[in-house]
Design a binder for this molecule. Structure first.
Ligand code: AVJ
Length: 332
């Protein structure tokens, strides 16, 4: 006998990378490795191995940001959602969407929850979290946008109601200052008067705590850092020897950011056939793989304001280690 279909929320996907994923990696690597101070963008580190390593980092005792942000959300989600009246949550870099549930729960409790839009470069993360969330929240609409939030935000579907755009984890800290300001401006341009931004930022703190978070005793952070070399080997047919590079994670106090690098243990030459490039590293030469900026309330408020946004609420933990900022378009 045929049973009536239960009311299921609809799921849809869009792959915004089609056709351009490879070219972007190739262009960025070519650009980064031909500079006098070599640099690679951190976003390519998140292939399936890199994502799994990052998930392990989040569980490390030294890596406080994830659990601290979660604790803030556990306490403040209800208040945040009440302040926004949001019916849809858009999450940039949603990953495995663990913190997402705290917001969705608060929206469900407020009886406003309609849709979740996940944006992430990791296709598997988008598809799996969409499937799980559809099961966990009956009636929820889920849209998965597989793509790079730096390039594909024009592919976001139109809002179905007041929208909360969440950019969590402190990922904004990975942007260089100028692109960070540009990105905040792009986000501001996406928000209507009834929408809000929820921004997670790691905060300035003592050097020892910061450096341990990016150089744990199990060596997972080091392994994660070297993973970018494996990605480049696979995608560009290169021959990086990950063991030939040492993980370096330093707090740059002047710029208030972690500066994460790979230091060549000895002189070496690396061939990248797909981009027709041979790069030489001197012994001890450092390749920057990531910056992770640390913020103060004043800086967050100032940068939001410069982007046309106003800080509406600031939530932090008892140690002031991490902050969640709620912002909305500044009234003109
Ligand atoms: C995911 C960008 C927030 O900067 O703390 C963790 C990435 N890199 N350990 C961070 C990361 C090394 C992380 N973000």
């Amino acid at each position: 006998m045929k049973r009536p279909t239960p009311a299921l929320g609809a799921t849809s996907f869009e792959d915004a990378r089609e056709g351009d994923g490879w070219r972007t990696l190739a262009e960025d690597v070519l650009d980064g490795l031909t500079r006098p101070f070599k640099e690679l963008p951190p976003k390519y580190a998140y292939d399936s191995r890199g994502s799994a390593l990052f998930d392990r980092i989040c569980e490390l005792p030294e890596y406080y940001p994830t659990r601290t942000e979660r604790s803030i959300l556990e306490r403040a989600a209800g208040e945040l959602i009440a302040a926004t009246g949001a019916s849809e949550l858009v999450e940039l870099g949603s990953g495995s969407a663990t913190k997402t549930r705290l917001l969705l729960d608060a929206m469900a409790a407020a009886d406003t929850l309609q849709r979740f839009v996940a944006v992430d470069v990791t296709e598997r993360a988008v598809r799996e979290s969409a499937a799980e969330l559809t099961r966990e929240y009956p009636g929820l609409q889920v849209h998965g946008l597989i793509g790079d939030f730096e390039r594909h935000l024009d592919r976001l579907p139109p809002a179905t109601g007041p929208r909360l755009l969440a950019f969590l984890g402190g990922t904004i800290g990975n942007f260089a200052p100028a692109s960070r300001q540009r990105f905040l401006g792009t986000i501001a341009g996406l928000l209507s008067d009834r929408d809000h931004l929820l921004l997670g930022t790691d905060l300035v703190k003592d050097r020892a705590t910061l450096e341990a978070a990016y150089d744990d005793s199990d060596g997972i952070s080091a392994e994660f850092n070297r993973n970018i070399l494996l990605v480049i080997n696979r995608e560009l047919g290169a021959n990086f020897d990950p063991a030939g590079f040492q993980h370096v994670a330093r707090f740059d106090a002047e710029n208030e950011r972690m500066d994460i690098r790979l230091r060549a243990r000895e002189a070496q030459e690396v061939v990248l056939p797909a981009i027709d490039l041979t790069v030489r590293f001197a012994a001890g030469e450092e390749l920057r793989t990531e910056i992770s900026s640390k913020f103060t309330r004043e800086r967050v408020a100032a940068e939001l304001s410069a982007a046309g946004l106003a800080l509406a609420a600031w939530h932090t933990d008892e140690n002031d280690w991490f902050a969640l900022s709620l912002a909305r378009p500044a009234s003109v």
